[in-house]
Design a protein around this ligand. Structure first.
Ligand SMILES: *Cc1c(COP(=O)(O)O)cnc(C)c1O
Length: 397
């Protein structure tokens, strides 16, 4: 996920526009800003690119998720279903609005298992939050059907899947709301940043207000604006937005380089006996930021991971042992290590995690490796890397 690999003069020029006027804020100061509205420019271009009616650019992907939840009216006592394989941001965003994270199994798509989702639904469930991990998507059709049956919100965390498609739609635009991250290691970066997209006019209005202390953004005088509801400050600065404006123009280039390098690696690993690729749901197109594959056992997978790293193949992730992406490493969540006190509803649900059976996810994650795909690797370098990975893996399985 390599936006940072292509940081250059285009980004510097956009940032310089902001530095020259000194208007670092996305709202107001119309006379001083020399016509530069970086956050607004980004929002318009991103909404169009995502084939969505609205985009709200904010301070991070994590805040985007919290805003999306708040926007849809989700709060204290509401349950939000999320996968056990994701980034910690998923439960952080849910806890931040006072809602209850309900963690469920993944399947061989490495994303939410629709059967596990169905079993987790209670009268308190308000939202299903699939996370399109490592560039590929959840079975959105199945999840949407569940949402329609139970009148739930479908919120896509597309932070790691910008540029992918499902059923002809850009990932993030299929559900009621979609969220993106533009932190430093994502497909494109603002340094720090995030976005919420939606076709729902009310959600979009609420998102704009919530991320700016509840400001209604009506009129020319910020101080005189009214506050239709409570909000927070999750604004992005114009400096960060300016970086995003330049990065967004590079998205097609980034995606096509990722696809080229991904395809070289996939071809090299394709006929290795016992190696299978993650399942990509029908009618899904990945963004090619990772190539994830499964080996026949945990033992072989650990051996392969070690051998790859010994042979200089650095960016291969064994998420099963990772502290930030898989439930096994989330001691702080399971042990309720909150600085302040948590509601009893949240505490009770989180304590269940200590005895819950996630052996189905363990069986998948313990056998999965994900190879990061960089855009900076030339075709030749990628071929050498792919051959090295192939011979290393053939030596092991
Ligand atoms: C990066 C990421 C986030 C959070 O984004 P930040 O901008 O870093 O807050 C959320 N979900 C997933 C899946 C991510 O990879």
């Amino acid at each position: 996920m390599p936006g940072f690999e292509l940081f250059g003069k285009e980004e510097r020029l956009e940032v310089n526009d902001v530095l020259e006027s000194g208007v670092l804020m996305r709202y107001g100061f119309d006379a001083q800003r020399n016509g530069h509205w970086k956050a607004k420019t980004f929002e318009k271009a991103f909404a169009k690119r995502m084939q969505s009616d609205h985009c709200t650019l904010v301070s991070s992907g994590t805040s985007a998720l919290s805003i999306a939840l708040a926007t849809a009216g989700i709060g204290a006592g509401d349950e939000v279903i999320m996968p056990v394989f994701t980034f910690v941001a998923s439960f952080e965003a849910i806890l931040a609005v006072g809602a209850i994270p309900v963690l469920v199994d993944i399947d061989r798509s490495l994303t939410l298992d629709p059967h596990a989702v169905k079993q987790a639904i209670t009268p308190k469930t308000k939202c299903i939050m699939p996370v399109h991990m490592c560039g590929s998507m959840a079975n959105l059709k199945a999840l949407k059907t569940i949402c329609e049956t139970h009148k739930l919100i479908l919120l896509e965390d597309a932070c790691q899947a910008l540029g992918g498609f499902y059923d002809g739609k850009p990932l993030g635009s299929y559900g009621d709301l979609g969220c993106f991250s533009f932190d430093y290691v994502k497909t494109i970066t603002c340094g720090e940043g995030g976005a919420i997209i939606t076709n729902n006019n009310t959600y979009a209005k609420h998102a704009g207000q919530y991320q700016d202390h509840g400001h209604d953004h009506i009129g020319q005088d910020r101080g005189a604006e009214s506050h239709p509801h409570l909000g927070y400050n999750f604004r992005i600065s114009e400096l960060n937005a300016a970086v995003g404006v330049a990065q967004l123009r590079k998205l097609d280039q980034i995606l096509s380089l990722q696809k080229r390098n991904y395809s070289i690696l996939r071809k090299a690993l394709l006929d290795i006996n016992g190696l299978t690729f993650r399942e990509v749901p029908e009618s899904g197109i990945e963004n090619y930021s990772f190539l994830s594959f499964l080996l026949p056992s945990e033992e072989l997978t650990r051996k392969a991971h070690e051998a790859l790293s010994k042979n200089g193949i650095d960016a291969c992730f064994y998420w099963y042992d990772n502290k930030w992406h898989y439930i096994r490493g989330w001691e702080h969540l399971k042990n309720l290590k909150s600085l302040g006190s948590l509601s009893s509803a949240i505490k009770n649900k989180l304590l269940e995690l200590n005895t819950a059976d996630f052996s189905k996810s363990d069986a998948i994650m313990s056998c999965t490796l994900s190879a990061l795909i960089k855009v900076g690797w030339s075709e030749e370098e990628m071929q050498i890397r792919a051959n090295k990975m192939r011979s290393t893996l053939l030596n092991i399985i």
